[in-house]
Design a protein around this ligand. Structure first.
Ligand SMILES: Nc1ncnc2c1ncn2[C@@H]1O[C@H](COP(=O)(O)OP(=O)(O)OP(=O)(O)O)[C@@H](O)[C@H]1O
Length: 297
């Protein structure tokens, strides 16, 4: 069973179309990133999945049940963008509170905090935690009751690369245990690490839904090459390759994705005139901009 199915979802607020014919699914064990600019519709989509607001049209299935139904709620966890905790409570006390609210023993607080790497800070007040640590409290809270679908709203924004990696490592374990994960973000650089699929929302429309490799391939953006010429040979190299840019001994070349091998062949044919070649593939930002600029289909 696919854990989350959205089919032809539409939601408007007055004259504002927040979601326009959105279809998306997340299978067990899959980590899907939902990317989009401010106002693209990410939070609206999540609120519909959680059953907090209704869609105008379309179908939503959360673990085979309607969103917000007791069956769905029992198996769905949510981490809001700015999860707030009581600063005077320790991590353990705060988790104990959440556990009691879910009808579970507060004794489970410690193992949950251990799981997100907060075991050693469990008895410290949350007011003294860093942003990364507070995000982990949020994740620990989301893990209560072994949810099968996790909805995480910008969980990695503001985290440093190490915290982000550790966060993804926890998500890896959850996915390996069969949970489906949908997380939102503004930036491809933040989710590139370890998600299985990336869906890009632009003005309420899904403009791309693919693996990062697939997005890269389909965007077919130009590749840059920096060719280090032998001292004194830059002009000759630039001319032979009909390259525009030149910076000292380095010749810059921009070519279409499908011309890359041909260009490399020509560079290799220059033999000793060339000392080195650096290939700079399109950046994640270039790829994201390519899709998010694309008009709705
Ligand atoms: N309750 C509401 N009333 C009116 N308009 C709303 C409401 N909620 C969302 N919108 C509008 O719907 C659109 C999508 O908003 P949404 O919050 O889903 O975007 P988002 O992708 O989550 O943005 P952000 O990254 O800034 O959180 C926006 O144009 C927003 O102004």
């Amino acid at each position: 069973m696919t854990h989350l199915i959205l089919s032809r979802l539409t939601k408007t607020f007055g004259r504002e179309t927040a979601l326009d014919d959105v279809s998306l699914s997340v299978a067990p064990g899959e980590r899907v990133a939902l990317l989009g600019h401010n106002g693209a519709g990410k939070s609206t989509l999540m609120k519909i999945v959680l059953g907090l607001i209704p869609a105008d049209a379309g179908r939503v299935e959360v673990l085979g049940a309607p969103p917000g139904s007791p069956q769905a709620r029992a198996q769905v966890a949510y981490l809001p963008e700015n999860a707030a905790f009581h600063p005077a409570l320790t991590g353990e006390e705060q988790m104990g509170l959440y556990l009691r609210l879910r009808g579970q023993s507060p004794r489970d607080a410690r193992p949950l905090l251990d799981r997100v790497g907060l075991g050693s800070a469990a008895t410290r007040r949350i007011g003294t935690y860093s942003k990364g640590m507070r995000q982990r409290v949020g994740l620990a809270q989301a893990l209560i009751g072994r949810p099968r679908l996790l909805i995480l709203d910008e969980p990695t924004s503001g985290l440093d690369p190490v915290s982000r990696r550790e966060f993804y490592a926890i998500l890896d374990d959850l996915a390996a245990d069969g949970a489906a994960i949908l997380l939102s973000s503004h930036a491809l650089t933040e989710v590139e690490a370890r998600t299985d699929r990336i869906a890009i929302l632009s003005r309420g429309v899904v403009v791309a839904d693919d693996t990062l490799a697939g997005l890269r391939r389909n965007a077919a953006l130009p590749t840059r090459m920096q060719i280090a010429a032998r001292p004194g040979a830059a002009d000759e190299v630039a001319e032979a390759l009909q390259a525009g840019g030149r910076n000292g001994v380095t010749v810059d070349l921009v070519c279409a994705a499908d011309e890359k091998l041909d260009r490399l062949g020509r560079i290799a044919a220059l033999g000793p005139l060339v000392e080195d070649v650096e290939i700079l593939p399109p950046s994640l930002k270039d790829i994201y901009d390519h899709y998010s600029r694309r008009e709705a289909k």
